[in-house]
Design a binder for this molecule. Structure first.
Ligand SMILES: *Cc1c(COP(=O)(O)O)cnc(C)c1O
Length: 362
């Protein structure tokens, strides 16, 4: 079999090797079914079991109370930019958005089509190198909800604690740090994530919704755009991503087997610290984009003294088996995405490579 390389891609991203192997082994015939997961009906008994197990294991991982419901939708996190305001903004027709990067801005763009958007805080004038401080956030106590992006995939910043919103429901785009650390779900009204960064393959959007908010979905909404439809039909109003839910289920099992969210969080901090230490000890050769108090444990972004050196590093890194390090154009430089499934050894090897590159090219 061909050797696997280190995949630092921001998403779709690396998946646990154990999960890939299990999926591969069972791909031709699912045990006891005589068909593959790609061929079974979403109304079959076997899929019922897979779906129920995935939901149960995720409930355990999130320590979810009965006040919340899990949904597996489609359309990506990007469709949630529309579904959130369409379902949750009326009747007040106004909401607060905290803008910390490209994805928050895209969420604002769709919300504005539905009602009034109050930009409660933004760090755009500093090219999103930090998360706003609590005293900078100007919330409207009468807003329908507050929306924020917990981890900014492109800029490499992450909220250390979620904003405090009192009784106003807190809505979170957690696409790139879901399940990477412990959160208290009870503080949230709704959490959504495209699965393809930290919890599965592309093609599934994961949503946790507080049950009382489901009542906000108006009857005039298009059926497929209504949370009520998907909640009442347990994500099976139409054909879901059967394969995606299956893989998410395997990943949830893999996480539970390996110590759950706490163990994952500890490991993620260790991995990120290794890389940040390398940047910090490079005497300014590697310059992190994010302010120290806003650093992400998932996406680490940095620059070199020149674009030529950045190009050289990326090309040499690719040859050495480190793939996907090129930064997003809005930051430039490099980005290492080191999600849950990314091995610590890969970060250690990258640090060695970076130190070596610096010695040769400083
Ligand atoms: C990738 C990403 C998105 C977009 O996800 P899609 O599933 O491609 O629509 C939205 N928000 C964040 C924070 C992301 O990282």
């Amino acid at each position: 079999m061909e050797k696997r390389i280190y995949n630092f891609s921001a998403g779709p991203a690396i998946l646990p090797e154990d999960v890939l192997k299990e999926a591969q082994e069972d791909l031709f015939v699912l045990p006891g079914v005589g068909m593959s997961i790609l061929e079974i009906s979403h109304r079959s008994k076997k899929f019922d079991e897979i779906h129920a197990a995935a939901k149960n294991d995720l409930k355990t991982l999130f320590n979810l109370s009965d006040d919340y419901q899990l949904l597996f939708l489609q359309g990506g996190a990007s469709l949630q930019f529309s579904m959130v305001p369409l379902n949750l903004m009326p009747p007040k027709n106004k909401a607060d958005y905290i803008v910390t990067g490209t994805w928050s801005k895209k969420a604002v763009k769709e919300a504005k089509r539905v009602g009034a958007v109050n930009i409660a805080a933004t760090t755009e004038s500093e090219n999103f190198k930090r998360i706003p401080k609590p005293e900078e956030i100007k919330l409207d106590p009468d807003a329908a909800y507050v929306h924020f992006t917990s981890n900014n995939t492109i800029f490499g910043t992450e909220w250390q604690n979620e904003p405090e919103t009192g009784n106003v429901p807190l809505i979170c785009d957690a696409s790139s740090d879901i399940l990477s650390r412990k959160i208290n779900v009870n503080k949230y009204g709704l959490i959504y994530a495209g699965a393809q960064k930290n919890m599965g393959p592309s093609g599934v959007t994961f949503v946790i919704i507080r049950k009382d908010l489901i009542a906000r979905s108006g009857d005039s909404l298009h059926t497929m755009l209504s949370y009520k439809t998907h909640a009442e039909n347990d994500s099976l109003y139409n054909t879901p991503s059967v394969f995606g839910i299956y893989i998410i289920g395997l990943i949830a099992k893999w996480m539970l087997k390996n110590g759950g969210v706490d163990a994952m969080s500890k490991l993620n901090t260790e991995k990120a610290q290794l890389l940040y230490k390398c940047l910090d000890e490079s005497a300014g050769y590697y310059k992190g984009h994010a302010d120290k108090d806003s650093r992400s444990n998932m996406n680490i972004t940095w620059r070199l003294p020149s674009e030529d050196l950045e190009k050289k590093l990326i090309s040499e890194a690719t040859k050495a088996g480190f793939d996907g390090l090129k930064g997003h154009r809005s930051v430039g430089g490099l980005r290492a995405s080191i999600y849950n499934a990314f091995p610590k050894k890969g970060v250690e090897d990258l640090v060695e490579f970076l130190n070596d590159f610096k010695t040769k090219n400083a």
